[in-house]
Design a protein around this ligand. Structure first.
Ligand code: PLP
Length: 399
C-alpha cells in the first residue's frame, strides 16, 4: 500500500457524517441539508431552453470549452455582476465548477503548509475543508450579529501575518447573518496595506427576503477603494441548481492568470453543457422571475420556522432572525453539547447539524444549524418541536 500524502493523513469521517448515517429513515425530518428545495427548481424553463436550442449551440454544449468559461456566459454574467457594482472592467471573470472549486483554486494558488488562514467562526464547512487539505493553520475570528468581530481581527493582525481572510458577508452559512454596511467599510479600512488576500464568498447574494436586506447585499468588493487584494466568488447553485456545478470567480489579472493555469490542470473547463443552459436562462429573462418566486418561498419557510422557534424553544436558546438565505443558527447555553441533543432528536425523528462542524478549531458545540430550505414545509413545526423537546430534556439533566 503506498503512503498517503500528508494532506490526507489527518482526514477522518466526521462524527456528524456518522450520525447522519443513522438518519436515513424515510420519516425523518431533516433540517441538516443546506441545499435548495427540489420542488422549486426551474424545470419547465430548462425544458423550454433545451427543446428550442439552436442545433449548432447544442453541438457546442457537448464539446470541451475554453478554460475560463463559455464566452457568451462570461459576457452575460459580466453584465449581471456590473449591476452589483463589481469591477468587471478591471478584474477578470472565470467560470468554475461550483464556487467551491474557486476556493480550491485560490487555496492552491496561495497556501503553503503552515500558512495562517483566517475564517469567520463559524464558517462554511466546505471552505474549512479546503484550507485544511492545503495544510493551512486556520484561526477562526468570532462572528457577531452584524459581521466579523473587528476588534478580535485587529488583535490577531497586531501580531500575525495571515495569508488570506475568508468571509461570507451575505446570509451567512451557517450563521444566517448579514454584514452591516458599516462593518463592510470598517473591515476594508482595517485591511488597508496589510497585504492579506480577502476572499469574499457571495453564494447567497440573491436570496434576500426584503428590500432592506437587498440593499445590504452590496458586495464588499464593490466598496474596495483601497486596492486591497481581493477575489469575489459566486454561484449558480442557489439561483438555478447545484447540479449545474457552476460558479464563478472575479479576480485581479495577476491572480486570474495563475488561476486559469491551475484550473486547466484540474478539469480543463467547467461543463459546457450547463454553461450553455445557464446562459440561455439569463438571456431569456428567466432569472429574475425565478428569483422572485424562490425568495417568497424561502421567506415563507423562514417565517414558519421563526414562529415554531418562538413557540417551542426555551428562553435560554437565542438566534438572529435571518433576512435571507437558508439558515437559523441557534445559540444554546454554553454548558450544552449539541451532539447530545442531536442523538436524542434523531431517535425522535429530526436532524440538524451541530455547531462544532462549522468551527475551524472544532471546539464550540453549543450551537445548532437549522436549514429551512429543503424539507416538507408541513414538517417544520413538528421538527422544531422535537428538537426543542430534546434541548429541554438535556437542560433538565444539567439542572
Ligand atoms: C457559503 C457557501 N459557499 C460556497 C458553497 C458552494 O457552492 P457551490 O455549489 O457553488 O460549489 C456553499 C454551498 O452550500 C456555501 O454555503
Amino acid at each position: 500500500m503506498p503512503f498517503f500524502s500528508q494532506s490526507v493523513q489527518h482526514i477522518r469521517s466526521s462524527e456528524i457524517r456518522d450520525l447522519m448515517k443513522l438518519a436515513t429513515r424515510p420519516d425523518i425530518i431533516s433540517f441538516a441539508g443546506g441545499m435548495p428545495n427540489n420542488d422549486l427548481f426551474p424545470v419547465a424553463e430548462v425544458d423550454d431552453i433545451i427543446l428550442n436550442m439552436d442545433p449548432e449551440i447544442k453541438k457546442v454544449a457537448f464539446q470541451y470549452g475554453p478554460t475560463p468559461g463559455y464566452p457568451p456566459l462570461l459576457e452575460t454574467l459580466k453584465q449581471y455582476l456590473k449591476t452589483k457594482g463589481l469591477p468587471v472592467d478591471t478584474h477578470h471573470l472565470m467560470i468554475t465548477t461550483g464556487s467551491l472549486q474557486a476556493i480550491n483554486i485560490l487555496a492552491m494558488e496561495f497556501i503553503d503548509p503552515g500558512d495562517l488562514v483566517l475564517t469567520e467562526n463559524p464558517s462554511f464547512i466546505g471552505g474549512i475543508a479546503v484550507f485544511k487539505a492545503f495544510q493551512a493553520h486556520i484561526k477562526g475570528v468570532p462572528l457577531q450579529h452584524d459581521g466579523i468581530d473587528l476588534k478580535a481581527l485587529e488583535e490577531i493582525l497586531e501580531t500575525e501575518q495571515p495569508k488570506l481572510l475568508y468571509i461570507i458577508p451575505n446570509f451567512h452559512n451557517p450563521a444566517g447573518i448579514i454584514y452591516s454596511k458599516e462593518k463592510r467599510v470598517k473591515l476594508l479600512e482595517l485591511l488597508k496595506d496589510k497585504n492579506i488576500l480577502l476572499l469574499e464568498d457571495d453564494a447567497y447574494n440573491e436570496l434576500y427576503f426584503s428590500e432592506a436586506a437587498h440593499e445590504l447585499t452590496q458586495p464588499v468588493m464593490s466598496m474596495n477603494q483601497y486596492n486591497i487584494p481581493m477575489v469575489y466568488t459566486g454561484s449558480f447553485s442557489k439561483i438555478l441548481g447545484p447540479g449545474f456545478r457552476l460558479g464563478w470567480m472575479l479576480a485581479p489579472p495577476d491572480i486570474y492568470e495563475k488561476a486559469q493555469i491551475i484550473k486547466q490542470g484540474i478539469d480543463a473547463c467547467s461543463p459546457n453543457f450547463t454553461q450553455v443552459i445557464a446562459n440561455a436562462f439569463m438571456q431569456k429573462g428567466y432569472l429574475e422571475p425565478y428569483l422572485n418566486k424562490i425568495r417568497k418561498e424561502y421567506a415563507k419557510r423562514k417565517q414558519l420556522m421563526q414562529n415554531a422557534l418562538e413557540t417551542y424553544m426555551p428562553e435560554e436558546v437565542t438566534w438572529t432572525e435571518p433576512e435571507g438565505g437558508f439558515y437559523f443558527w441557534l445559540t444554546l447555553p454554553q454548558y450544552m453539547n449539541a451532539t447530545d441533543i442531536l442523538k436524542d432528536s434523531v431517535k425522535k425523528g429530526a436532524v440538524f447539524v451541530t455547531g462544532k462542524t462549522f468551527d475551524p478549531e472544532a471546539k464550540h458545540n453549543n450551537y445548532i444549524r437549522l436549514a429551512f430550505s429543503n424539507m416538507n414545509i408541513n414538517d417544520i413545526d413538528k421538527g422544531i418541536q422535537i428538537i426543542s423537546n430534546a434541548i429541554k430534556k438535556n437542560m433538565l439533566a444539567y439542572s
